[in-house]
Write a protein that binds this ligand. Structure first.
Ligand SMILES: [Zn+2]
Length: 142
């Protein structure tokens, strides 16, 4: 990852910041200039909730070169409690325990390192929160 890209993405990466459309109130992440919902162009910064749930996931066995040092890892689509969906790594969990619907919390972690002496990029990863997901339990009991 190039330093300019890391610098440009600082607010969203480090402050967990998206934007909210002033017209229709939709929250967007990553931030955009034009709202895809209503075409509105007036945005204000919006801090995202840290809690959400896992929608889908997959296990990456053959990572791209930039993630070679991480071995096998899980990536998923998470829906935050305000409805924003993001793709991110899911960490601190046995792969066998991953399940759609499980509650997660977003934590600030190292994302990747650019070589041994290079830039270390930080961002958010999803960690199972251990909270019960009553909706998933009811659905699985059917
Ligand atoms: Zn809008």
């Amino acid at each position: 990852m190039f330093p300019a890209k890391i610098w440009r993405e600082c607010p969203q990466r480090y402050r967990w910041q998206g934007c909210q459309c002033s017209k229709c109130k939709r929250v967007l992440f990553p931030p955009r200039q034009i709202c895809p919902g209503c075409g509105g162009r007036k945005m204000k910064p919006a801090t995202l909730p840290r809690q959400g749930r896992l929608l889908y996931y997959t296990i990456i066995h053959n990572p791209p070169p930039a993630f070679n040092d991480q071995g096998t890892y899980a990536v998923g689509i998470v829906e935050l409690d305000n409805g924003v969906q993001i793709t991110c790594q899911i960490v601190d969990v046995e792969f066998a325990n991953l399940a759609p619907g499980m509650r997660i919390v977003m934590e600030f972690r190292m994302i990747q390192k650019d070589g041994d002496a290079g830039i270390i990029a930080y961002g958010y990863k999803a960690v199972p929160s251990g909270e019960h997901n009553f909706i998933a339990e009811v659905e699985s009991a059917k």
